[in-house]
Design a protein around this ligand. Structure first.
Ligand SMILES: Cc1ncc(COP(=O)(O)O)c(C=O)c1O
Length: 489
């Protein structure tokens, strides 16, 4: 028979409650299982040196809670239907049956079976070089924040973001993009912004106009609302306004999604005349535009074209940007620059999800921006990324199997796999190449991954990120990749 040792013997808790907790824990931990008989009141009382009345009161408590039962002429026993699921008794029952089949009524995106970050050569298109981040400098900002915490911000409230960061970002958007007079909301990356916008504006039966080759995480959130995605034609100048108009005239287009500065994944910059044509169409039909300006900072040929959001008298542009490329994706800092009405709706909606973004990260970032560290890092990485783009171009030109246009900016190249001169050889498949690369710990994305219509024919292009790895590594990775193009399937 088990002798109990009082739980928490020195606490100020009443003795009978301490004993009840001791027995409860013994059951939870499996020392006592269903049907086990408890020692008699007399022996418990003697063992623990507490009076019988206390033991009786404790056992009555456990009976009331449903842990034990009192059986005439037998004494107290552990019940069979315990009030908790994690007791060893229930675990034993569950072991012999099947795990619960939840009725999932919704699902998210599939987790990657082979994450890019696990690969030796990571050509993911938007990957910054994490080794270049000035952690020591940022650590000082974070430490400052922790030494002098703004208690108001540590609590709930201020769902749009910490006032200091909003101020810094407004200033930054004005200086770098001429975006003014907009409300700024800090989100957990632009993905959260995309999700909330989709939830606020879309429902079953609606349509969203996207490019036929696009950003899968955006497509997923739009279709999660029950909306239908319609693929608009695109070419070497970006989305085709004529085709957009055809789609709009078919009815029910409620949102247009664009990555105008560097189209994702093709890297093409949407021309000024097309921007104007698309904007005018949107105004005429009252359709909001999500402008996803995810890598604005990295434009090398000239000053980046001004975002649509800078000339938006109708206030239908929902402007998004992110710190995932300038800092690191795990920072989860996204920016929305929107009308007052949209900012209010977004902040109210996010109260149901997460209230706000991490306040320590926001405050540290605000410090880093105000002390000039952010701009220094930006200048360094822009120089570095340009250097890496030029190096990537030089490396790819050494092979006769790649064909590409030089992008005006961004962190990736959209590269066509050339047909071999040997006419008997099948055209190269980008998907097969990516699969082969996987076996060599090379992560590369292929055209099919970006297609809205999975039955589309194109399978010629790969997207090669050049910013995430140093030059030597990039060249080594490309050598392996090019070599595997020649390996027979
Ligand atoms: C088109 C596009 N939008 C947005 C993002 C950034 O997403 P987040 O801010 O959620 O990290 C990326 C990152 O890869 C992207 O490629």
């Amino acid at each position: 028979m088990k002798v109990f040792k009082l739980h928490n013997a020195n606490s100020s808790q009443a003795k009978y409650l301490q004993l009840a907790e001791t027995v409860r824990n013994a059951i939870k931990q499996g020392q006592l299982t269903a049907g086990d008989k408890l020692p008699s009141v007399k022996s418990i009382s003697q063992d623990l040196g507490v009076n019988r009345h206390t033991v009786m009161k404790s056992l009555a408590e456990l009976v009331a809670e449903g842990w034990i039962e009192s059986i005439q002429r037998v004494g107290y026993k552990v019940v069979h239907n315990l009030p908790i699921e994690r007791s060893s008794t229930l675990a034993q029952v569950n072991d012999s049956s099947h795990p619960t089949n939840y009725r999932f009524v919704r699902s998210g995106s599939q987790l990657p079976t082979y994450p890019a970050s696990d690969c030796e050569y990571n050509f993911a298109g938007g990957q910054p070089d994490l080794t270049q981040f000035p952690f020591d400098e940022f650590k000082r900002c974070m430490s400052d924040v922790l030494s002098r915490p703004q208690l108001v911000e540590l609590s709930y409230g201020q769902s749009a973001g910490t006032p200091e960061l909003i101020e810094q970002i407004k200033r930054y958007l004005r200086k770098s993009r001429a975006i003014t007079e907009r409300e700024v909301v800090i989100t957990n990356g632009s993905q959260e912004a995309l999700f909330i916008v989709a939830q606020l504006l879309l429902q079953t039966g609606d349509k969203v106009a996207v490019e036929g080759l696009g950003y899968p995480p955006a497509m997923s959130v739009f279709s999660s609302t029950g909306a239908e995605l319609v693929g608009v034609k695109q070419d070497d100048q970006g989305m085709c306004p004529d085709d957009l108009e055809i789609q709009i005239l078919k009815g029910n287009v409620r949102l247009i999604y664009l990555t105008p500065l560097h189209q994702y994944p093709t890297t093409v910059t949407l021309t000024i005349s097309r921007r104007m044509a698309i904007y005018q169409l949107a105004v005429r039909h009252s359709i909001p535009i999500v402008e996803d300006d995810y890598d604005h900072e990295f434009h090398y040929r000239c000053q980046p074209l001004a975002p649509l959001a800078t000339q938006d008298p109708a206030q239908l542009v929902i402007y998004l940007s992110t710190f995932s490329k300038i800092m690191f994706p795990g920072a989860r800092i996204g920016i929305m620059a929107v009308s007052k009405a949209m900012a209010k709706a977004v902040t109210e909606y996010r109260l149901m999800i997460c209230h706000k973004s991490n306040v320590l990260m926001q405050a540290a970032l605000a410090k880093w921006m105000s002390n000039g560290g952010f701009e220094r890092h930006l200048r360094r990485t822009t120089r570095l990324n340009l250097q890496r783009r030029d190096h990537a171009i030089a490396v790819l030109k050494q092979y006769d199997c790649f064909e590409f246009d030089i992008p005006d900016g961004g962190m990736a190249l959209w590269v066509k796999l050339k047909q071999s001169k040997n006419v008997n050889q099948a055209p190269p498949s980008a998907q097969k190449l990516a699969e082969k690369c996987q076996q060599m710990s090379i992560y590369v994305q292929h055209e099919k991954q970006f297609q809205l219509n999975k039955n589309s024919e194109g399978d010629n292009y790969i997207r090669l990120g050049f910013a995430g790895m140093n030059e030597g590594k990039f060249a080594d990775g490309i050598a392996l990749l090019a070599n595997s193009l020649h390996i027979k399937n």
